[in-house]
Design a protein. Structure first.
Length: 292
């Protein structure tokens, strides 16, 4: 099997996205860094809501949001989006972790959450591509501890999982994408190369999994899906109106103000009828994406 996709964004779409991100001064104003525990800084910019610019059109598109609804088994909304910026020679590592290791603490009762990870630049072993433990989502949520300024999964449990779950380097060309479940254990190395490694991530939550705590991540906010054609048709390359940027979520813990009471239903595995190719190994919820 291969975790490389086939042009989730085509050449024109990823070029437009790359240019928009490079020209977006708000990213420079709103990025933050975290010590990776190895001497470098992990750098990223996060925001909550999809708007009518190119990033929002991608996040609201049928091939992103529509596919995610099929995989998570119901209506979804954007939990947040981010640009992860690994600069040449200085780009920091991310320790072994699960996204739900954090998101659980923000009032998401169930792991009905996943991420679309889109390569803006070539991602390979030289510049710190994703590494995953294939099938590790089946272990459930692991305990996390502080590593540098990051939250890392229990090292002993990760070591044990690595004996069973194959370590896979996810090498992607620009425009390729990977969708992965929030309990997948993953990491990436520092960038010691001369090549930048930027990625655009859209994280989704199922609508029925509305967080029970108020926090900087949004509660359920209806997502208006758009056809894939809107990505190319989008005239607004960048916009900050309504995005709501936030910095360093580890510094802010959930309040005890509860939101509306919900009784979400859980569906761990999606229908076999998918809109895009699906890679299944040991029932891993790991997806490669192809263009339509």
């Amino acid at each position: 099997m291969s975790l490389r996709s086939g042009n989730f964004l085509d050449t024109e779409e990823v070029a437009t996205l790359r240019t928009a991100l490079e020209q977006d001064k708000t990213l420079e104003d709103n990025y933050y860094t975290r010590d990776d525990g190895e001497g470098n800084q992990a750098k990223m910019a996060n925001w909550n809501h999809p708007v009518d610019d190119i990033t929002g059109m991608i996040g609201r598109s049928d091939k992103a949001a529509g596919t995610m609804e099929k995989l998570l088994g119901g209506e979804v909304y954007q939990y947040h989006a981010k640009v992860v910026m690994k600069e040449p020679f200085t780009g920091g590592a991310f320790v072994w972790h699960q996204d739900y290791g954090d998101w659980y603490h923000y009032g998401n009762l169930f792991p009905n959450m996943a991420t679309v990870w889109i390569a803006v630049d070539r991602a390979d072993r030289t510049n710190g591509c994703l590494q995953i433990l294939l099938g590790s989502h089946q272990a459930g949520r692991l305990e996390h501890v502080k590593v540098g300024e990051q939250a890392g999964a229990d090292p002993e449990r990760v070591e044990l999982l690595a004996k069973t779950c194959p370590l896979t380097y996810v090498q992607l060309d620009p425009g390729d994408a990977l969708i992965f479940h929030c309990n997948l254990v993953h990491r990436s190395d520092q960038n010691h190369s001369q090549n930048r490694r930027w990625a655009y991530l859209v994280c989704y939550n199922r609508a029925s999994n509305d967080p029970v705590y108020k926090h900087h991540y949004p509660n359920y906010t209806p997502l208006i899906k758009v056809p894939n054609s809107r990505i190319k048709e989008c005239d607004t390359k960048t916009s900050t109106e309504g995005k709501f940027f936030f910095k360093d979520p580890l510094t802010s813990r959930p309040s005890k103000i509860r939101c509306k009471t919900i009784v979400p239903t859980i569906k761990l595995f999606c229908s076999r009828q998918q809109a895009h190719p699906v890679v299944r190994e040991k029932h891993a919820i790991i997806y490669t994406m192809g263009s339509e």
